[in-house]
Design a protein around this ligand. Structure first.
Ligand code: PGA
Length: 259
């Protein structure tokens, strides 16, 4: 059971990179190449400090803006946090939640990710919800168990409508920033499993309309075989999203698939 509509979404996760000037330069390069974007959706997720600068550069282009994290309260005494309405006000439509680096270094759990998803949706942001197993878990044959626990945990208490409004990103932890990509068939198998979990918890309709991105060392050389897979609806790209030629090349690959 694959996704019904084959449009593809390519998101760039810039992580903790780029000062204001560097970010503007990268965004300007991306805008120069943006005439190739027709049927796919391209999202840029720079750090908080440059969201405003990137928003100005991509204004009135096809690029959409996303953040890399969000807190679940709207405002108040939460030093260092950024709220969903703040992200909306700076021009964000998307926000990455539960990235494995946030789980690993900043103590995020399925429960906190669940709160962030609810808050993001409440403010009209589209959460890009990350799940994925570690190398040890994969080697121990626990991939499905881990994915099931994460998906059920992060989606806890969400309505049909809420799940229709979010995106899932499958990012095997061992493939992130390592140059090791999952084999397209292996990635597709996990995507199909995520769809099956959503089918069981929700409905075939919700599951078949769910966008599931793959992430983990995606670049211009491996994007084609990954994006051709039935259950892979796009990519969340770290390292290669900092190189305009690479990111644009992945978008161009996506365009040739959906055309
Ligand atoms: P990578 O990162 O493409 O550098 O592996 C992907 C991600 O962490 O979202």
């Amino acid at each position: 059971m694959a996704k019904l509509d084959r449009s593809l979404l390519i998101a760039g996760n810039w992580k903790m990179n780029k000062t204001v000037n560097e970010a503007k330069e990268l965004a300007e390069e991306l805008v120069k190449g943006s005439n190739i974007i027709r049927a796919s959706t391209a999202v840029l997720c720079p750090p908080f400090t440059v969201l405003g600068a990137v928003a100005s550069v991509i204004e009135s282009t096809v690029y959409r803006l996303g953040a890399q994290n969000v807190f679940w309260e709207d405002s108040g005494a939460f030093t260092g946090e950024v709220s969903p309405p703040m992200l909306r006000a700076v021009g964000c439509q998307y926000v990455i939640v539960g990235h494995s680096e946030r789980r690993q270094y900043f103590g995020e759990t399925d429960a906190s990710v669940n709160r962030k998803i609810k808050a993001a949706l409440h403010s009209g942001l589209t959460p890009i919800v990350c799940v994925g197993e570690t190398l040890q878990e994969r080697e121990d044959g626990k991939t499905h168990d881990v994915i099931k626990k994460q998906i059920n945990g992060v989606l806890e208490g969400l309505t049909d409508e809420a799940v229709r409004s979010l995106i899932v990103a499958y990012e095997p932890v061992w493939a992130i920033g390592t140059g090791m990509t999952a084999e397209p068939e292996d990635a597709d198998e996990v995507h199909a499993y995520i769809r099956e979990l959503v089918n069981i918890a929700y409905s075939p309709d919700v599951s078949q309309n769910l966008t599931i991105l793959y992430g983990g060392s995606v670049n211009e050389s491996n994007a084609e075989t990954l994006l051709y897979m039935n259950n892979i609806d796009g990519a969340l790209i770290g390292g290669a999203s900092l190189k305009p030629e690479s990111f644009l090349q992945v978008i161009s690959t996506a365009e040739s698939i959906v055309a």
